[in-house]
Design a protein around this ligand. Structure first.
Ligand SMILES: NC(=O)c1ccc[n+]([C@@H]2O[C@H](COP(=O)([O-])OP(=O)(O)OC[C@H]3O[C@@H](n4cnc5c(N)ncnc54)[C@H](O)[C@@H]3O)[C@@H](O)[C@H]2O)c1
Length: 423
């Protein structure tokens, strides 16, 4: 049985009680086998759970295809695995001293009162790796923070409203997630958002540079193809740019690709891993179906239909919401997965791989989404193998996306270079 990242759904399906000691109780049921009750290592489970029913925040390792990523972190997952293996009880006791979730990272969400920000904040609150969750918005975020703070998971939740509180929000933060900005309305392209969101990202990244220049920065605000280059330029102007720590969040493209491919090919969703490269808008989103794991055969029609669906999945949601915004819940899920992966990497997990839009030399473009290995200091390696041996369809699509992606990157750089940011 695979155990990758199923733990996210523990929190959605199960009642979780996490005391300050990081002891927690899982107490709702799904059909399946009975779990032993044990509190010997701070993990008390008193329910019946069938883990086959769970899937979750899965970032399959490109290299070994067996990463273990979850809101609990590797050690806790190992503990869970041991718990459910009847013969492993002794081992559990030995693990006791090692598997207490380490709630030691500070995460800030900028734009936390929004459609993405709220569920994202809730999901981050579930992570035992987080000690402090800082919620910032120009709109009143007190209610969101008060609400989320009642969840009995370890992290302390603080609210920060308005520009005057931004610096305090960011002090000492390890990971900054930026979903602030305007979402797409029907008929709008991501580039239509540019003028509003470019300024928002500029201002927020300026504050990050001033207050937590060493933090991982996750940019969600669209158009990511431009907002990431904007962030890079601002950080350069401030003299604190570390390309290894600046990430455009493209995880939703991977999540969608995995879901749609699993549906189409009738595969177990938890096993499916489709790398998505390029950028994060329209044709710049390039799912590499030929690299699907487990390997699957697609007809030309299926490749075309799946590729187009993955590229336009955002529009599918925008149109279904009919004026009430863009993807928020699936986006929060995807962003939470990326935060969790970053926290695991910061925590020393040596097996963290995610697709992200980052500074890159894999192509002739200065930024490019690909699978990357994330470590304590950020991007440790760009993974070139996904781009090798592409199908003819993918090779053509890759060449076709480059001019559009290049233009979006240059638009962002030009915007940022017109700004005067005090060093
Ligand atoms: N990367 C992705 O895959 C992806 C997917 C979906 C949406 N998005 C983008 O995420 C962004 C947010 O979408 P949403 O649906 O949550 O929008 P929303 O309007 O519901 O929420 C945005 C929040 O940002 C806040 N905000 C605006 N300016 C701010 C500032 N200067 N500082 C702090 N907060 C500020 C608003 O008050 C609001 O609470 C949009 O740009 C959207 O296009 C990205």
């Amino acid at each position: 049985m695979k155990w990758d990242l199923m733990c996210f759904f523990f929190f959605l399906y199960l009642e979780v009680e996490m005391a300050a000691s990081a002891t927690f109780t899982i107490g709702t049921t799904q059909t399946g086998r009975s779990l032993p009750q044990s509190n010997s290592f701070g993990l008390k489970i008193n329910s019946q759970v069938n883990f086959k029913t769970f899937s979750g925040l899965k970032a399959m390792s490109s290299l070994r295809c067996e990463s273990q990523s979850s809101f609990f972190g590797n050690e806790t997952c190992a503990a869970l695995r041991a718990t459910f293996a009847p013969k492993a009880q002794k081992e559990n006791q030995n693990l006791t001293r090692n598997v207490q979730p380490q709630a030691s990272y500070k995460v800030a969400v900028l734009g936390a009162a929004g459609g993405i920000g709220q569920p994202l904040a809730l999901l981050i609150k579930m992570s035992p790796l987080v000690s402090d969750l800082h919620l910032y918005d120009i709109a009143n975020v007190k209610g969101v923070a008060a609400d989320i703070s009642h969840c009995n998971t370890p992290s302390k939740v603080l609210d920060f409203t308005g520009a005057s509180e931004l610096a305090n929000c960011l002090k000492g933060v390890d990971v900054v997630v930026i979903p602030a900005g305007v979402p797409r309305k029907p008929g709008m392209t991501r580039d239509d958002l540019f003028n509003i969101n470019a300024g928002i990202v500029r201002d927020l990244v300026t504050a990050v540079a001033d207050n937590c220049p060493g933090a991982f920065i996750h940019v969600i605000s669209n158009p990511v193809n431009s907002t990431v280059p904007i962030a890079a330029e601002i950080l350069k102007q401030k003299g604190v740019y570390d390309p290894k720590k600046l990430f455009g969040v493209t995880t939703l493209d991977v999540v969608r690709a995995n879901t749609f491919v699993a549906q189409k090919k009738n595969l177990r969703l938890i096993d499916v891993d489709v790398p998505v490269v390029g950028g994060h808008a329209g044709i710049t989103i390039l799912p590499l179906l030929s690299k699907t794991r487990p390997s699957a055969n697609f007809t030309d029609e299926e490749i075309e239909a799946l590729t187009v669906r993955i590229q336009n999945a955002g529009t599918e949601v925008v149109e279904a919401k009919a004026g009430a915004g863009s993807a928020t819940l699936s986006m929060a899920y995807a962003a939470a997965r990326f935060v969790e992966s970053s926290l695991r990497a910061l925590d020393g997990d040596a097996d963290v791989y995610e697709c992200s839009f980052v500074q890159s030399d894999l192509t002739d473009l200065p930024f490019f989404a690909s699978r990357v290995k994330i470590g304590r200091k950020g991007v440790e390696a760009l993974i070139p193998t996904d781009l090798q041996g592409l199908s003819e369809y993918e090779q053509k699509a890759l060449e076709a996306l480059k001019p559009e992606l290049k233009a979006s990157i240059e638009k962002g750089i030009a915007f940022a270079q017109k700004q005067t940011v005090s060093a």
